[in-house]
Structures are given as structure tokens and as C-alpha cells.
Design a protein around this ligand. Structure first.
Ligand code: DUC
Ligand code: ZN
Ligand code: ZN
Length: 461
């Protein structure tokens, strides 16, 4: 009986704080040893010469099989997690959104039915709370104990949004019980006001989506969300910061010593409002909320990542086919909000982050994996390369050049917002709990092997 089921040898191992060359010895899905010359003690060997070995990506913001705007996002837990795996992501945390009239436990049941036995990588669930009542009050501590340790509130969207009172109560009860609250911060009144004016003057094209919700609409809501968190002594995580107006609110609160954290996404670092000008109805590809912003925000957001103002990069993966987007052909408000990104996050952040000199290689690991694991109660089982941790690993070829096209991707959707962007560096293999599940752009793991992960409380970073 050999010591290891598998040794990954000769790679350059990169963690959130170190780079070293060596071998990784794996047994029953866990990392058992980090060292040199481990191959002879292994049943099986994978040679990673010339490659980086990173902790598998953790994407804490996905919407798989999600009802939205009269349709459903087009990747389900099977197709979406396969695409994620090919792209080097080994864990997701998806949003279970409480339907009106349903309890949190009923919501969990609905989302576990979508995910269990379908997902191909490990997954957790955040609970998006849409109503506060005695039942919700009673359930919050119980669901945290059951491993659903993070919540979301939407400040916009009919049927999902909560008012400040409910928001405060969620902050209060969840934080008292060691849960973390995240927020989609936009001001619905601002959006309604501008939308009405735009539609009344016949401005119905996709580009008006962005004009209807300017950067201050996000900045104001972020400020308000942070103020509510301050008053309830709750930590807060602001999802998908798209611009200086929201990120600067987080910066200010952190400088004052408050436990406020934030996320951005590749689309806000690499794409801009100029994309809404693409011909015909193509601007609809980029209709997401918050919308793409002026390019001048890119530098601010990279700096915010470098300075620790924002701690993570997630995707907000919420794909819709162009056929679904065409529901809003004559009215931008009817275009389902969202865009794909789950497969490309790691490669985009390496190419446009590390390779272009915007972030260090250790920062890349922090943003895409380690910090995410810490904030969402997955660390150190996930998010690091450490003895005792899960062998969730991305093998990455830093020299591989790829021109992005939807034809090379596996997301269940007919476009990518990143078409034609050039990449230097691409994932070539992905291991999940020691199993080789993706290689050279193909999913090769066993079907439906993903496991639900019970998460513990947040680490505030
Ligand atoms: N934003 C999107 O673009 N899609 C889904 C939900 C969200 O907040
Ligand atoms: Zn959102
Ligand atoms: Zn989202």
C-alpha cells in the first residue's frame, strides 16, 4: 500500500503568501504531504513541470438555474459546474433566493433539489432573504448552524428587495449568530425614476439600462447599507462593486475600523459602458446589474484590490441566451439581467491581473480563492494548499496563449462578453478532492460528484 493515491510533481506551487517548487502528496482527496521526491510513494503521478499549481478557484457569486425576469438563467448546476471546473474553479457558493411565501427551510429544499446530484464540483449556498417574519427570525440561527452561514439582501428587484427595516433586522439577527450578510446595493427609486423618463421619451435600447442606474445609484445604496451595518454592529460584504462610487464607501468604512468587505468581478475590471454601443441588439449581452461603467473606474478597482479595500473577485455568473435577452427587444427593462463568466474568471484574472502587472501572483490566489474561503467559512479545507486541506487544485500553464471565443467555452449560453480578448496563461487541468476532473478544455470527472459543503462563520479580513 503506497502512501499516496496521487502525487502531483515538479510544479511551482503558489499560495496566498508563498511560491515554491515541489511535489504534492494526496490521499483520499486530501493533501497529506508537501515535499520533494514523493513520486515513488504514489500509486499515480501527474507531472506539472513548467506549470503553476494554484488552489482551486472559489467563486462565491453564481446564479445557476435561477428564476429571473420571467425566465431562468441558462446554466444549471450540472452545466455551470462543469464549465467552472474546466476553468479551474473547484467550489462555488450559489444564491438560494427565498420565494415570496416560502420559509428559509423550504428555500433550502428547493435549491438543494437543483444542486444535489447535479453539481460536479463542491458547492455551498447563501440564502437571499426576501421577507422578515417570525418564522424567518426563528430560522436564521438554525440555518447558520446547518452550514448556511451567509445571507444576501437585495436592495432592488421586485419580489426580492427588502426595505431598510428588514435589512437591519437581517443584519442584527444574522451577525448575532455569527452569520455574514452580503448586499446587492442599488437604489430602486433612482432606477424607477430614470427608467420612467427614458421609456416615456422612447429610449428603449439596451444602452439605456446603464443610463437608468448611474454610479451614484450604487454609491448611495452602498453608503446606506454600510450605515445600517455600522448601527447594528454587523459585518457586511458588498457584492459586485462596479465603480469608485461604491468601492470608496467601503474604503472609508474600513479606514474607520468597520468590518466591511467587498467584491468586484472581471467584467467591471475589463469591460465598460462602451460595450452597450455595439451594433444592433448586441448591447443586451452586457445588460447586468450593476451595469458596466466608464473605463475610468478600472484603475480605481485594481487599486482597491491591491490595497485590500476589496478582498475578492467573483463572477456573478448569470447567463441568458440571446433568445432570452430578446424578451427586451423593445424595452431594456425586460432584458433579463446577467452575463456568463464562470469559466473564464481564473484565466482573465491571471492574464489581465498577474501577466499585465496589475496584481502579484500571491494576490491572484488571495482574490480568487484564499480570501473567499476565509470570508465564507470554507478555510482551511478549501482555499489553500496545505496539509489536511482538500486537494482542490488548478494546474495552470502561464505560457499558453488563447484567444477567447464562445466556441472554446462550455457555459450553456450562445455568447461570451469576453469574445476576442487575448489571454496569456490558461488552466490545463483541475483536481477536485484529488480527482482529475478537467483536462485541456474537457470535463473528464465523474458525473454529479460535487458535494454540499456546510460552511462555518466568516473570518473578517
Ligand atoms: N444581477 C444580475 O445582473 N443578474 C442576476 C442578479 C443580479 O443582481
Ligand atoms: Zn446582485
Ligand atoms: Zn448576483
Amino acid at each position: 500500500m503506497k502512501d499516496f493515491d496521487l502525487v502531483i510533481r515538479n510544479g511551482t506551487i503558489v499560495t496566498s503568501s508563498d511560491i515554491f517548487s515541489g511535489d504534492i502528496g494526496i490521499k483520499r482527496g486530501e493533501i497529506k504531504e508537501l515535499g520533494r521526491n514523493l513520486s515513488e510513494r504514489a500509486e499515480d503521478v501527474y507531472d506539472a513541470k513548467g506549470k503553476y499549481i494554484f488552489p482551486g478557484g472559489i467563486d462565491a457569486h453564481t446564479h445557476l438555474d435561477m428564476p429571473f425576469g420571467g425566465t431562468f438563467s441558462s446554466d444549471d448546476f450540472n452545466t455551470g459546474t462543469k464549465a467552472a471546473a474546466i476553468g479551474g474553479t473547484t467550489t462555488i457558493v450559489d444564491f438560494a433566493v427565498q420565494p415570496q411565501g416560502k420559509t428559509l427551510n423550504e428555500t433550502i429544499e428547493m435549491w438543494r433539489e437543483k444542486a444535489d446530484g447535479n453539481a460536479c464540483i463542491d458547492y455551498g449556498l447563501h440564502l437571499a432573504i426576501t421577507q422578515m417574519n417570525d418564522k424567518t427570525r426563528e430560522e436564521i440561527p438554525q440555518v447558520i448552524r446547518d452550514g448556511y452561514s451567509s445571507f444576501k439582501v437585495f436592495m432592488i428587484y421586485e419580489g426580492m428587495m427588502v426595505d431598510d427595516l428588514t435589512f437591519m433586522e437581517v443584519l442584527d439577527i444574522a451577525s448575532e449568530n455569527n452569520g455574514l450578510i452580503s448586499v446587492h446595493a442599488e437604489n430602486p427609486f433612482v432606477i424607477d425614476y430614470f427608467t420612467k423618463k427614458l421609456l416615456e421619451s422612447g429610449k428603449t435600447a439596451p444602452k439605456y439600462h446603464e443610463i437608468s442606474r448611474p454610479a451614484y445609484c450604487e454609491g448611495e445604496a452602498t453608503n446606506r447599507a454600510i450605515s445600517l451595518a455600522k448601527m447594528t454592529n454587523a459585518p457586511l460584504y458588498v457584492v459586485h462593486c462596479s465603480c469608485e462610487e461604491s468601492a470608496s464607501e467601503i474604503k472609508k468604512a474600513r479606514e474607520e475600523g468597520f468590518p466591511i468587505m467587498g467584491e468586484t468581478c472581471p467584467q467591471y475590471l475589463l469591460l465598460s459602458r462602451d460595450n452597450y454601443e455595439e451594433e444592433g441588439f448586441n448591447g443586451a449581452k452586457y445588460v447586468m446589474s450593476p451595469p458596466l461603467r466608464d473605463k475610468k473606474n478600472w484603475n480605481y478597482l485594481w487599486k482597491a484590490l491591491n490595497d485590500g479595500v476589496l478582498q475578492t473577485v467573483a463572477t456573478d455568473h448569470c447567463p441568458f441566451f440571446m433568445k432570452q435577452k430578446r424578451m427586451g427587444l423593445d424595452d431594456f427593462t425586460k432584458i433579463p439581467n446577467g452575463a456568463p463568466g464562470i469559466e473564464l474568471r481564473m484565466a482573465l484574472m491571471y492574464s489581465y491581473g498577474v501577466d499585465k502587472g496589475n496584481i502579484s501572483i500571491e494576490k491572484f490566489v488571495q482574490l480568487t480563492s484564499t480570501n473567499v474561503a476565509k470570508i465564507f467559512g470554507l478555510y482551511p479545507k478549501k482555499g489553500s494548499i496545505v496539509v489536511g486541506g482538500d486537494a482542490d487544485l488548478m494546474i495552470f500553464d502561464p505560457e499558453k496563449k488563447v484567444k477567447i471565443s464562445k466556441d472554446i467555452l462550455h457555459e450553456n449560453v450562445d455568447y461570451t462578453p469576453y469574445e476576442e480578448l487575448e489571454l496569456k496563461g490558461y488552466p490545463v487541468a483541475t483536481f477536485s478532492r484529488g480527482e482529475l476532473i478537467a483536462e485541456d478544455g474537457e470535463y473528464i470527472g465523474s458525473e454529479n460528484r460535487g458535494e454540499f459543503i456546510k460552511r462555518s462563520g466568516p473570518k473578517i479580513i
